[in-house]
Design a protein around this ligand. Structure first.
Ligand code: 4AD
Ligand code: MG
Length: 464
């Protein structure tokens, strides 16, 4: 059997009939009678299965008995034209090898139509379902497209650290990283924990954002991006928050907020178009099974110009809307997802880039406007999701930045290296962060962020 090279199902389904082939995969279904057995086989290379036909004159009933849903097999046979209308080709089996059985009494994925909640409980097996196969193939395609987009534009992929000693920006509560013995902590004379004894000789955390290090890169390489995992220990159990999520953070020297917005809009449109062009089968499946408006929504985003609006005008619209919100809104309050979605879904019916937020609800590094009240922030808001991107032009003046750090009562001594970018050869620059899983919620139409990452990390949940 092994003398033939294995061909993946995706390729077989596109091949012309009439050749000997070897295929390997997991059984999705088996049906048939005494004379003939039909096995739908999937190997993860496509949402589609290949039909393997067993002539029961060639195979014993005993040989086919363990070929049940979930079992893993290899089949040698001939690729032939299929008489059925559901597929162009099928495999007429000649030899069967059973790699691994899946006891029908205990294999949890017997039938279709399990709830997403149930599938989360068997997160180790859910990649074998059609839905998660589609989602993870799309996730891969989007990751690839992100690198392609920036590479084609001459951006440098900069690896920023996962472990940091700085609280990047107060973006969220942090996970501490330590090798100290928690049952026997070393103490200083005034009874504080003695971090000099810790691995790094100081307290350290998992990063909440690669931006500050990204800025160091941009001020040398011009245009960079980071794409890595970020960690936030917020106890927010929502369908849009993870404790470990992936973020794409471009940072560009010489970009002001207008160019920053142009890049963000062009970037997400490119990614959505890439998915439509390259993930058609998977998107069609998700569209048919979960969300009949999915493909229409994706197409509408690439064909529309995003609305650009100031926070002040946005709040005005919300206050005049007559809408009852769970959280009241007025100038100065942070917008909740219900407000963002009202603007996008009800009012404008298209994506919105909201700019110039009050400085008190945004991070210290954002460029201050002349009005003394607002900063050059930009959040991109999407239908069904709310905020998908957060970014800004950065404050390039050392003096203003130091003043803001002081106003906020932040510890500036730990930021000396960051402030050096403003001390030496400072320049206007901008950047943003795209939440990878938020993008995937939009592209796949899934409604819970736990279902677009293979192994979700949320409060009280890190089993697999
Ligand atoms: O708005 P955020 O906090 O911005 C930053 O971290 C900046 N340093 C980015 C930058 O300018 N370079 O986060 C950026 C994006 C959000 O818009 C959202 O899409 C996503 O990251 N995000 C999360 N995604 C999943 N789970 C969470 N807990 C998230 N927190 C933020
Ligand atoms: Mg934000």
């Amino acid at each position: 059997m092994e003398t033939l090279v294995r061909v993946k199902v995706a390729e077989l389904l596109k091949s012309k009939p009439g050749k000997e082939i070897l295929v390997k995969g997991w059984v999705r279904t088996k049906r048939g009678n005494k004379n003939i057995s039909f096995v739908a086989l999937n190997d993860g290379s496509t949402i589609n299965n290949i039909q393997v036909v067993f002539d029961m004159n060639l195979f014993s009933e005993d040989a086919l008995k363990p070929v049940t849903t979930g079992a893993c097999i290899a089949v040698k046979g001939e690729l032939v034209e299929s008489p059925g209308s559901a597929q162009a080709v099928e495999i007429s089996a000649k030899e069967l090898l059973l790699y691994g059985t899946a006891d029908p009494e205990t294999y949890p994925l017997q039938k279709k139509g399990h709830s997403m909640e149930f599938l989360r409980e068997i997160g180790h097996l859910r990649p074998r379902t059609n839905t998660f196969g589609a989602v993870f193939r799309i996730r891969h395609a989007m990751a690839f497209a992100i690198h392609k987009y920036f590479n084609d534009k001459g951006f440098v992929y900069l690896h920023t650290p996962v472990i940091t000693a700085s609280d990047a920006e107060g973006a969220g509560a942090m996970f501490q990283v330590t090798t100290l013995d928690l049952n026997n902590l070393p103490r200083t004379e005034d009874n504080h924990i003695d971090y000099q004894e810790d691995f790094f000789g100081r307290a350290a955390n998992l990063t909440v954002s690669g931006q500050l290090e990204g800025e160091l890169g941009a001020m040398a390489l011009g245009e960079i991006y980071t794409f890595g995992p970020t960690f936030r220990a917020e106890n927010s159990n929502t369908p849009r928050h993870l404790a470990e999520f992936w973020m794409i953070e471009p940072e560009m020297a010489f970009y002001e907020i207008k160019e920053n917005m142009d890049l963000a809009e062009d970037f997400v449109k490119y990614l959505v178009k890439y998915a439509l062009d390259n993930c058609a089968d998977d998107l069609k499946f998700l569209n048919d099974m979960f969300d009949k408006e999915l493909i229409g929504r994706l197409e509408s985003v690439i064909n529309t110009e995003f609305i650009r609006l100031s926070y002040t005008d946005g709040v005005d619209i919300l206050m005049k809307s007559g809408q009852k919100f769970e959280y009241p809104v007025s100038w100065g309050t942070d917008l909740q997802s219900e407000h963002e979605r009202y603007l996008v879904e009800q009012h404008f019916k298209k994506p919105v880039i909201l700019t110039d937020y009050p400085k008190d609800i945004k991070a210290f590094y954002m460029k201050q406007n002349e009005d003394g009240k607002t900063v050059r922030a930009m959040d991109v808001l999407f239908p069904k999701i709310g905020e998908i991107i957060g970014g800004s032009q950065r404050e390039e003046s050392l003096e203003k930045l130091q003043q803001r750090i002081e106003e906020l009562g932040m510890e500036s001594s730990g930021l000396w290296w960051y402030l050096d970018t403003r001390r030496f050869g400072s320049a206007p620059h901008s950047g943003f962060g795209l939440g990878f899983e938020r993008l995937l919620l939009f592209v796949t139409g899934m409604s819970n962020i736990r279902d677009v990452i293979p192994f979700p990390r949320t409060p009280k949940n890190a089993e697999f």
